[in-house]
Design a protein around this ligand. Structure first.
Ligand code: FES
Length: 142
């Protein structure tokens, strides 16, 4: 058994007795390994007595789960209504220009900071009231 499979096994063992263990398992694997690939889906399916299609259906439904790791830093920018009303569309253009190929800009729909938008997230950090200058700085530091 590879160290990757062992790590996945540990994560599965941590959650398998919970009610609805699949999402917590997928969240931890995505956070730990940076992706949920086909081999991992198969290991999860076997452990939870699900079909591989069951697991893949969930993985492909949520775009936070990646089938292969992307080594680039990710900046998530909210594109939902409240942030749209505060000018996020222009900000996304500025963000893409600043990011080039080095940083991945990912648009998401609501970070729960609607009254303080435009909002973004990098890792566990949340950023509010962004403007062109602050989003460019955020991307440069990503
Ligand atoms: S609409 Fe952007 S944080 Fe909610």
């Amino acid at each position: 058994m590879s160290s990757k499979q062992e790590k996945i096994g540990e994560i599965i063992a941590e959650h398998i007795h919970r009610e609805g263990p699949l999402l917590p398992i997928l969240n931890d694997i995505q956070a730990e390994l940076g992706c949920v690939d086909a081999e991992t889906e198969a290991q999860i399916a076997e452990a939870l007595n699900l079909t591989r299609a069951d697991v893949h259906g969930v993985v492909s439904f949520y775009h936070d789960y990646k089938s292969e790791a992307d080594p680039r830093p990710v900046v998530q920018i909210c594109r939902a209504e409240a942030c749209k009303a505060r000018g996020v569309e222009k900000l996304i253009g500025d963000a893409n220009a600043a990011a080039g190929e080095r940083v991945k800009i990912q648009t998401v729909y609501c970070l729960g900071l609607c009254s303080a938008g435009p909002a973004a997230r990098t890792g566990d950090d949340l950023h509010i009231r962004l403007d062109s200058q602050s989003v460019t700085k955020l991307i440069e530091n990503a």
